[in-house]
Structures are given as structure tokens and as C-alpha cells.
Design a protein around this ligand. Structure first.
Ligand SMILES: [Mn+2]
Length: 496
């Protein structure tokens, strides 16, 4: 659906989920303002057993002038009912009859995607989706700063103060324009009630150790309590990671923290949500959501709490670990492969910035912060993956053809000057290069999922699944890295 299609409806109701949070309020409010900006009108409502009482929500409605109404029923079915941050028919939103229904959400999809149903589980907030659609539709945010403030606060709370952000568009929303600092300060410091402080303390005293992962359960509560609690729990020495979770109406909400190099929070999240939910974040902090419907589908009859424990235990048994400096893999006996001369992209940072400029390369896989230097190039791989490479290594491994490189990435990589926030697209300076004909590697096919710790990244590991390859250059068997099996099939051939 294009937002401009909303013109055709006269009587529109936008519905937030029951027990509203800042993300659903912001998404509904922004959409209402958009509809007004194209000459229409929409009513903003929520329902459920309880009215809004939380201090930060009341303050948000008040400071940002959000005209939401509590309703028990709708007098007549609207021409169009739009649910935001929730899916029509799901357990967390009261169902009202309507002639047509549209859905904007970022949770795990529980209803089929249609022309009027847009669900983007990769995004950290529904506010991100609404902001992106409104921006594409040409909405003038500068003329309505409270709309941007609301969306910013929606993302802020849904990603525990931006720490569990997972998509480059989330970062883009967070940095889009200045917010009202005074309003944000008031909102940020009214998130907890005295009784919620007690919930934090109960949560912290509930900790259980599953091998080296701390599992803490909060009683049914505002999800922002999870992030506070996991930030404290991660300090515990015995935990390699900790997970704080609670039951929401439709699923489990998790806040995940990593405390060792051996577990990356975003990767643990991806494992836990497999086929049942959505989530993500950074290597240190991540958020996740496991839907009850999804759990029932993959593990019928298993309680959600039990399912979560089983999944954590499965994660702990799942991996082999390979450290570059002390592995025992026998590469000398492994087959040799050559890299096919498939075109890749590269850009020289010196074509974009003076040396020593602090920059951030924003990609689908995350942000890479670095300082621009004349000897650093940016590579764009066969699957549009983006990574830096030293000029010397580049010159050893690639020939430059000089043609411009055309990227087909869903999120075209951009470089952001960190001091000014200025965005510089990579594409105008990206050119084609080809792997040198004689480059040989040794590669071993993985039989089990494997975490590979390289010597050029001391914080992350690289994850290989069974069927992927672990490889090294012919010249240095400690320089291990992982190649995805599909990329391997496309880019390597057995050496003759
Ligand atoms: Mn949300």
C-alpha cells in the first residue's frame, strides 16, 4: 500500500493496540497527521480493559498534543480501520468490524501480507515503518515537529533507549532531525512508577542459571522494565549472557545482554526467535519477541516458558568454536579452491573524505564506525555485504577494471560523517574490481554450526552453519574465515 491510497477513504479509524505503548501511540498519531496533510481526517482510538495510566504515556499525549480517544465499541463500522503496531485479529487488539482493514506493524506476522497489510519484522519499531512511508510520501516533518518527536520516542522506548536497534532505517529515524530536548527529557525520566521499581527488584531476585546463561523472569509488566533489569543483570560474573523476559498478551518479550565474546546478543536473539518471532540488535544488546501462535506451531503443547528454556539449552549445545590462533583444523589436507573472477564493488574512502574524518558506514548488517584513512577501502561483496579492507590486502587480491559498480542492495550502503551527520552515498565512487586469477584458498565444509573467532575482529565472531565453509589463504592457516555455502558455490571452483 502507498500512503496516498488512503485518500480514497472518507471515514477512517486508526486503532492502537490495547494497553498502548509509546510506539503504537506515535505510529497512530503520525498516520493521523499524514491523513490530515492530504486533506482527509481520521479518528485515533484505543480499546481494551484499561485506560492509559502510565505517567510517561499521559505526559506524551499531553506534551505532543495527541488526540487519542478510549472507546469500548465503534458506533458504526468505518470505511477503513487501520491497526498500528499490532495486527487486526491478534490477541492484543480489540476487534472492531470494519468495511476494510489495513495493518502497519513490525511484529512477527500472524496474518498474511496483502495489499493493505504491511508488516516489517526487521524494524525496531512501528514508528520506523510509518516514518519511512511518510517520508517517501513527502510529508513535511519540519512543519510538524511534534510528529517527529512522537516517532522518535516510539523508537526510543521500543528499542530500550536505542540500545536494541536492529535496522539501518531505525538509525536513520533516530538521527533524522533535532528533537525537542525539553520534552524528551521529561518523557525519558518518567518511565517508571514506584511500583515498577518493585517489579525490577522481584525480577532481579528471580535469576536462574542455565549453564552460563542467566534467565530472569519479570511479572507481566511494561516491557521497558526488561531493559533496565538486563542492564543490571549483565554485570554478574557467572553470566556469559543474560535474558530477562515477561509475558505480554500475545507472546514473550525478551531483553538480551551479552557479557562475553563467545555469545553475541543479536545472534542469540536470532537463534531464539527462529520461526516464532522477531528481534535483533547489536552484539552487546538485543531485544526479541516470541509469539504464542508461533510457539504453538513449532512446539504444540509446550508452554512458552518451557519452550524458551529448551531453546536456550539447544543454543548452548549447538556450536563448535574455532579460534584463529589455536585451532586444530587440518587445512594442509583440505582441498584447494580458486576464486572466480566475478565482479565486486569497492570504494576508496579518500575519494569521499579527508584522512582522519570519523565516519560510520551504515549497512543492512549494522553500523561500522571507523576513521577514514587513505589506506582503507570499502568492499561490496557478491550479496551486497559491505566490509572494510586494507589497501595493501586489496591490491594483493583484486584487479581494478574501473567501471562504475551498480549496487542492487535493498538498503544501499551510505557513509555518515559522524561529526556533522552528513550522509554521503557510496555509489558514485564505487567501481568494479575482480579477484586476481591466481588466488587460492583451502576450505573445509562445516558439519556443525560453528563460531569462528578471527584475528582481525576481536569483538565479533563469524557464524557458519552446517554446509558453509571455513577457509584460509594458502599462505596462512591462522587467517580463518567463514564463507556462506551459497556464496561459496557462486564464487569458488576447485583448483586444478
Ligand atoms: Mn512496537
Amino acid at each position: 500500500m502507498n500512503l496516498e491510497d488512503l485518500r480514497q477513504y472518507r471515514n477512517i479509524v486508526i486503532q492502537c493496540h490495547d494497553v498502548p505503548d509509546p510506539d503504537t501511540l506515535a505510529s497512530g498519531f503520525a498516520l493521523q497527521k499524514y491523513i490530515e496533510s492530504i486533506g482527509g481526517a481520521a479518528r485515533l482510538v484505543y480499546s481494551g480493559k484499561n485506560r492509559i495510566t502510565k505517567p510517561n504515556l499521559k505526559l506524551m499525549l499531553d506534551l505532543l498534543d495527541i488526540p487519542i480517544q478510549y472507546v469500548e465499541t465503534l458506533e458504526a463500522p468505518p470505511d477503513l480501520l487501520i491497526t498500528v503496531d499490532c495486527q487486526y485479529g491478534a490477541g492484543n487488539v480489540t476487534r472492531f468490524p470494519a468495511d476494510a482493514v489495513a495493518v502497519f506493524d513490525h511484529h512477527w506476522p500472524e496474518i498474511p501480507e496483502t495489499e493493505n497489510v504491511i508488516i516489517r519484522p526487521a524494524l525496531g519499531s512501528c514508528a520506523t515503518l510509518i516514518w519511512d512511508l511518510m517520508r517517501q510520501a513527502g510529508f513535511d516533518f519540519a512543519a510538524a515537529p511534534n510528529v517527529y518527536d512522537a516517532l522518535y520516542y516510539g523508537l526510543f522506548t521500543d528499542t530500550h533507549h536505542f540500545s536494541e536497534i536492529r535496522h539501518p532505517l531505525d538509525h536513520d529515524l533516530a538521527e533524522f532531525m533535532p528533537v525537542d530536548g525539553q520534552i524528551m527529557k521529561q518523557l525519558k525520566h518518567s518511565e517508571l512508577t514506584v511500583s515498577e521499581l518493585a517489579i525490577v527488584s522481584h525480577t532481579l531476585s528471580s535469576s536462574k542459571l542455565l549453564d552460563d546463561i542467566g534467565l530472569l523472569q519479570a511479572e507481566n509488566c511494561d516491557p521497558n522494565i526488561l531493559g533496565f533489569s538486563s542492564d543490571i543483570a549483565r554485570q554478574v560474573d557467572q553470566f556469559s549472557a543474560c535474558i530477562v523476559y515477561c509475558h505480554l498478551l500475545t507472546g514473550l518479550k525478551l531483553s538480551i545482554r551479552s557479557t562475553t565474546r563467545e555469545i553475541m546478543a543479536n545472534e542469540l536473539a536470532a537463534f531464539l526467535i527462529h520461526e516464532t518471532g522477531s528481534g535483533g540488535g547489536s552484539i552487546d544488546k538485543a531485544g526479541a519477541y516470541l509469539s504464542f501462535v508461533g510457539i504453538e506451531q513449532v512446539a504444540p503443547g509446550v508452554s512458552p516458558d518451557e519452550y524458551l528454556r529448551q531453546r536456550i539449552k539447544k543454543y548452548q549445545r549447538n556450536y563448535d568454536l574455532v579460534y584463529c590462533d589455536r585451532h586444530t583444523l587440518n587445512f594442509a589436507a583440505a582441498p584447494r579452491f580458486v576464486k572466480l573472477r566475478r565482479p565486486l564493488g569497492f570504494a576508496r574512502l579518500e575519494d569521499l573524505f579527508p584522512a582522519k574524518t570519523p565516519i560510520c558506514i551504515r549497512t543492512l548488517e549494522g553500523d561500522i564506525d571507523m576513521i577514514a584513512a587513505h589506506d582503507i577501502y570499502i568492499m561490496i561483496g557478491i550479496n551486497n555485504e559491505v566490509y572494510p579492507i586494507k589497501r595493501q590486502k586489496f591490491e594483493q587480491e583484486y584487479d581494478i577494471t574501473g567501471e562504475p559498480f551498480v549496487s542492487s542492495a535493498a538498503y544501499p550502503p551510505a557513509v555518515i560523517e559522524r561529526l556533522t551527520g552528513k550522509r554521503v552515498p557510496l555509489s558514485p565512487v564505487t567501481r568494479v574490481c575482480l579477484p586476481k586469477a591466481d588466488k587460492q584458498i583451502r576450505a573445509i565444509k562445516l558439519r556443525r554450526p560453528t563460531k569462528v573467532f578471527t584475528h582481525w575482529d576481536k569483538e565479533k565472531y563469524f557464524l557458519g552453519q552446517a554446509g558453509d565453509y571455513i577457509a584460509t589463504p594458502e599462505t596462512d592457516f591462522r587467517d580463518v574465515y567463514v564463507i556462506n555455502q551459497a556464496i561459496f558455490a557462486e564464487t569458488y571452483a576447485a583448483a586444478r
